[in-house]
Design a binder for this molecule. Structure first.
Ligand SMILES: [Zn+2]
Ligand SMILES: [Zn+2]
Length: 266
């Protein structure tokens, strides 16, 4: 029971901070917060992602490319150009590592705007850090696993970030329904995204990339948005765009033109 609880909590917190910090804050700059809070949430992101921590700047570059070139041959991870999610994520991993190492220079419009805490990023990217987190996960399983079968879950902790990425990037552009007739192949895969903290509302998100709420219909529940609303209520973050103005056009979704991608990126 303790192991299943640990798995659940690690899964949820890892994807919550990926959605909140790397995606909505760094890649899209959907909201602002003080430098002190930025550092606090950067630490939260590092701790919850642990062995599979993603450098925010490289994540942001790849994600902005994904929006600009969505489901075309230049999209870094469109499922429509790969036979399965494994090959898509392997290519994505190589591209990410090239960006982190400086072997690939991104277009200028995709770069910049990332938090600068180079010492944390450097340490989090070391093998020492990643293997230390692996050791923590193994120790927890050794201490609390009540059945050998539970160890089948252990490898997921090592690659939690890529697992979430595979689910979102594959399913969110392949399976589900569409509210908006956008030029890409994005879909909404769930009406309550309990798996990836709202990231599976890809069709809504591609239509309104600056909206902090990825759910647009009343029954579409985006957990990260509610987390952000709580932070806004106590004055920690400030939204740049109003979620309300994103919800009202839904009476006639076909008439709503998606916002230009360039306008959503900074
Ligand atoms: Zn997408
Ligand atoms: Zn996005």
């Amino acid at each position: 029971m303790a192991i299943l609880a640990f798995f659940f909590v690690h899964w949820q917190l890892s994807v919550l901070f990926q959605s909140f910090f790397q995606h909505r804050y760094v890649a899209h700059r959907q909201f602002t917060m003080s430098r002190r809070w930025e550092r606090f949430f950067h630490i939260c992101t590092y701790v919850t992602q642990g062995a599979s921590y993603l450098q925010p700047a490289a994540y942001a570059v790849m994600h902005r490319m994904h929006h600009a070139y969505s489901d075309s041959a230049q999209d870094p991870h469109s499922p429509h150009f790969y036979p399965h999610a494994g090959s898509m994520m392997w290519t994505t991993k190589d591209r990410y590592l090239d960006l982190v190492a400086g072997r690939e220079q991104p277009e200028a419009r995709f770069a910049g705007g990332a938090p600068d805490w180079l010492s944390l990023e450097w340490f989090a990217n070391t093998w020492f850090s990643r293997l230390a987190w692996v050791a923590v996960y193994v120790a927890i399983y050794v201490q609390f696993a009540t059945s050998p079968w539970l160890f089948a879950l252990l490898p997921f902790h090592f690659v939690m970030g890529p697992v979430h990425g595979a689910i979102v990037n594959w399913c969110g552009h392949k399976y589900g329904y569409r509210n908006f007739d956008s030029a890409d192949k994005s879909t909404n895969a769930l009406v309550f995204d309990f798996l990836t903290a709202g990231e599976l509302f890809q069709n809504n998100h591609h239509a309104f990339a600056m909206s902090p709420n990825f759910g647009v219909k009343w029954y579409e529940i985006d957990p990260t948005y509610w987390f952000m609303r709580a932070l806004r209520a106590v004055g920690i973050i400030t939204f740049k765009a109003s979620p309300a103005m994103r919800v009202t056009p839904l009476a006639a979704p076909a008439e709503v033109a998606p916002a230009p991608v360039e306008a959503t990126l900074v």
